[in-house]
Ligand binder design. Sequence first.
Ligand SMILES: NC(=O)C1=CN([C@@H]2O[C@H](COP(=O)(O)OP(=O)(O)OC[C@H]3O[C@@H](n4cnc5c(N)ncnc54)[C@H](O)[C@@H]3O)[C@@H](O)[C@H]2O)C=CC1
Ligand SMILES: CC(=O)C(=O)O
Length: 332
Amino acid sequence: MAVTSKNLFRVVTEPCPVTSNKVTVVGTGQVGMATIFSLLAQGVSNDICMIDMVEDKLQGELMDLQHGSLFLNNPKITASKEFKTTAGSKLCIVTAGVRQKEGESRLKLVQRNADVFKNIIPNLVQYSPNTILMIVSNPCDILTYVAWKLSGLPENRVLGSGTNLDSSRFRFLISKKLGTSTSSVHGWIIGEHGDSSVPVWSGVNVAGVRLKDISPKLGTDDDPECWKVIHRDVVQSAYEIIKLKGFTNWAIGLSAAALANTILTNQHNVHAVSVLVKGMHNLDQEVFLSLPAVLGSNGVEKVVLQKLASNERCALKFTAAMLEEIQGGIKI
Ligand SMILES: NC(=O)C1=CN([C@@H]2O[C@H](COP(=O)(O)OP(=O)(O)OC[C@H]3O[C@@H](n4cnc5c(N)ncnc54)[C@H](O)[C@@H]3O)[C@@H](O)[C@H]2O)C=CC1
Ligand SMILES: CC(=O)C(=O)O
């Protein structure tokens, strides 16, 4: 081989050993693999490091992806149980841990997944001290807080995928009702990625026309068109899909890849992600909840201060207090 190669090429210089968009994904289960597939298929990164505890699964996934190299951007893909292979990651996406069983709430997973994070997070930061951490494992908001504490990273470098997915579900369901594309409907779900998420009905619009201006009862109990059901369906989405197929993966994989794309290409797009909310919307708890945020190479650059209705502010306050209480009971 060495002879063939020597006679085939005249070496001009050595190849550059590092890429500028290395992404580590910890946890190569359903969510991790959907995320990796989205990252590769969309060309968001061509340097992916996969970490899991299960060696055979890692090697099987690695080979399967590598055999698709022809159809991708000749990516470098590595797979290992050892965190040293993650060194130099610009972004680390954590999807490791247990998932909900049918009917189980995300919050029930908290201590089990916090325990998993005690090993993962310090190792990621040791090998990539300037990385950005994106937490996907559930309960996403509380685990983002846990990751922030365990990592010692500044708040801009730790975020949760949060309600980027819930907002996508919201926009999809509204768009079906209106007969438009999902991207033509603008609307935000903020707060918890979970049962107490907050739909910002006051801001839902198409081409700048606020639906509330047309139908003032939109999203309320008195609304004759029952738009409120859409938020109920968003909250029920994960439960429904888990009942039908055992897990959710494709939409969260696409959502995580979209966030990664904004960060790695310094796009300054606004996404609903889980950020440290203390000091915003009159919240004084040290908790992470989703708010629309400008993302770029430095992670969370700015948080958009939406003009919320009083019921929306109250709902956020309720969630912040609930998460603070749960956080107080976690051993980290
Ligand atoms: N934030 C969101 O929108 C969503 C979050 N999730 C959450 O993502 C997480 C993963 O879900 P799935 O992929 O369906 O589960 P899964 O069971 O398919 O995969 C979990 C993977 O984590 C690995 N793992 C566990 N402990 C580890 C450790 N210490 N180090 C390295 N790897 C470890 C397991 O070996 C497994 O491969 C769950 O917490 C789930 O609730 C799922 C869907 C959406
Ligand atoms: C499981 C989960 O968190 C979701 O699909 O929203």
